[in-house]
Design a binder for this molecule. Structure first.
Ligand SMILES: Cc1cc2nc3c(=O)[nH]c(=O)nc-3n(C[C@H](O)[C@H](O)[C@H](O)COP(=O)(O)OP(=O)(O)OC[C@H]3O[C@@H](n4cnc5c(N)ncnc54)[C@H](O)[C@@H]3O)c2cc1C
Length: 424
């Protein structure tokens, strides 16, 4: 039975309530995409734009997973850039540079082209949680300027920080005016609607139980079957395929979000006058922004052991009040959580298991733009342009030789080390 959307602020404010049917019987397509989050929908839409016949199968509802619950921050680049450059040298450096804003371009283009209403707002900032983090941000700013990106980056030195964000917790930051934030569930549903308008057949409540990319690729659900030339798996942390080859590659970690009641215009403008989305520079980071209707959406406390805090609302509200004492009397209207797919070397895992069976997963908390890049790269590969796909497919990933639970505990230990290092 399909799960409904999690009870988030996003689910309460969807602007599209389309229900797609469950798959019944056998149908044929060029490509069958498994998973109706950003990875699956972005791939399906890229393929449909290239004229391919696509069927998309979602176990629950479109946007049910991380794509419909995340912080909504569209941040430049992908995770694991240094590792990509380390493994691939000059080709890796070029790849990283070429795709830095590719996800943003795809998203902005689709919002405009298909008329998707998802509250896009320009402006994102990384805030320095400690004075020593400012040194990294200054070096990062220099890199951006050297890469010709100085026009949309702005270094905020400690003395001017409170005019950008009214809190004493941070001591500086870097603003990227090209990045921004949005209502992720409305983006995902809008992209699904766009894909449907181009002929993509979408099925909800259609969990894939078995699939193969062999001589006759197929995906089978309880009551139906899709026969296609290629299969794409975009299930991220919630699929259970290829326990040996895909499971050990990534570890689901809990991340938690609260939404306050709407703030008055004056209060919202006084704490965050530029209406930026913010991530802090800690390893276990806080992220926050104002929604379209001026609620403070505050997320973080990423839990690498994958064990949820006992009282998520109280834990998150206490941290929000530390950052913004001005919001102490504001009520929390929504609390929800989701799973972030963490890959050990931080590089999204994009590759294939068999010649016609592709996968994409593990964006390490930077999936809004990265899923759209991955969708384009996989769609290109299926249509015969494999250059960027081959680079990702050649990246060496590490697997822990233990089960997922033990893997999560080892990961939590590793992160504890970095947290302590951060605090010193
Ligand atoms: C709380 C939270 C906050 C985040 N904040 C940000 C942020 O601010 N910025 C950012 O860039 N990233 C953020 N992320 C990460 C980002 O949301 C994800 O990287 C991204 O949404 C992953 O998209 P996806 O489509 O790969 O996976 P999902 O969105 O999880 O979609 C996978 C889908 O596959 C379906 N599925 C699984 N198995 C099957 C099956 N057998 N058959 C059919 N369907 C199946 C699931 O039901 C699900 O709908 C956050 C994540 C979380 C959880």
């Amino acid at each position: 039975m399909a799960d409904p959307h999690s009870p988030s602020y996003y689910a309460a404010t969807v602007n599209d309530t389309t229900r797609y049917p469950a798959l019944e019987g056998t149908i044929k397509a060029d490509v069958c995409v498994v998973g109706g989050g950003f990875s699956g929908i972005a791939t399906a839409l890229s393929l449909a734009e290239k004229g391919r016949r696509v069927v998309l199968l979602e176990a629950n509802r479109i946007g049910w997973g991380a794509s419909g619950r995340n912080g909504g921050q569209c941040i430049a680049g992908i995770s694991g850039e240094a590792e990509i450059e380390r493994q691939l040298g000059a080709a890796g450096a070029k790849l990283v540079r070429d795709i830095r804003y590719r996800g943003h371009e795809i998203i902005k283009d689709r919002i405009a082209r298909y008329g998707i209403d998802c509250d896009w707002k320009d402006g994102w900032m990384e805030a320095a949680a400690r004075p020593k983090h400012m040194d990294k941000l200054r070096a990062y700013y220099e890199e951006r300027v050297n890469d010709g990106e100085g026009d949309h980056h702005e270094l905020i030195e400690p003395g001017e920080f409170r005019s950008v964000l009214d809190t004493s917790i941070y001591c500086g930051g870097i603003v990227d005016r090209n990045s921004g934030h949005l209502h992720p569930l409305n983006l995902c549903l809008g992209e699904a609607r766009a894909a449907r308008s181009l002929g993509v057949e979408i099925f909800e409540d259609s969990r894939v139980l078995e699939m193969s990319g062999g001589a006759k690729p197929f995906a089978r659900t309880a009551r139906g079957r899709v026969e296609a030339d290629s299969i794409v798996l975009g299930g991220d942390t919630s699929h259970e395929f290829e326990r040996g080859r895909l499971w050990g590659l990534q570890f689901p970690t809990g991340s938690y979000v609260i939404a306050t009641e709407p703030l008055s215009d004056n209060l919202a403008r006084s704490i965050n006058p530029r209406d930026l989305a913010i991530c802090d520079s800690n390893i276990v980071l806080d992220y926050f922004r104002l929604s379209g209707d001026r609620r403070m959406l505050f997320g973080g406390r990423c839990n690498y052991s994958n064990r949820d805090p006992r009282d998520i609302t109280a834990t998150m509200k206490a941290r929000l009040d530390e950052i913004f004492p001005q919001l102490t009397d504001k009520k929390v209207d929504f609390t929800w959580s989701g799973r972030i797919g963490i890959v050990l070397n931080r590089v999204p895992a994009i590759g294939r298991l068999e010649p016609n069976l592709y996968y994409m997963q593990g964006y390490c908390g930077h999936g809004v733009n990265a899923t759209h890049i991955a969708g384009e790269i996989v769609a290109d590969a299926i249509c015969g342009t494999t250059e960027r796909f081959d680079l990702f497919d050649s990246i060496r990933h590490w697997q822990l030789p233990v089960g997922r639970w033990a893997g999560n505990q080892l990961l939590a230990l590793g992160m504890l080390y970095y947290r302590l290092k951060d605090k010193l």
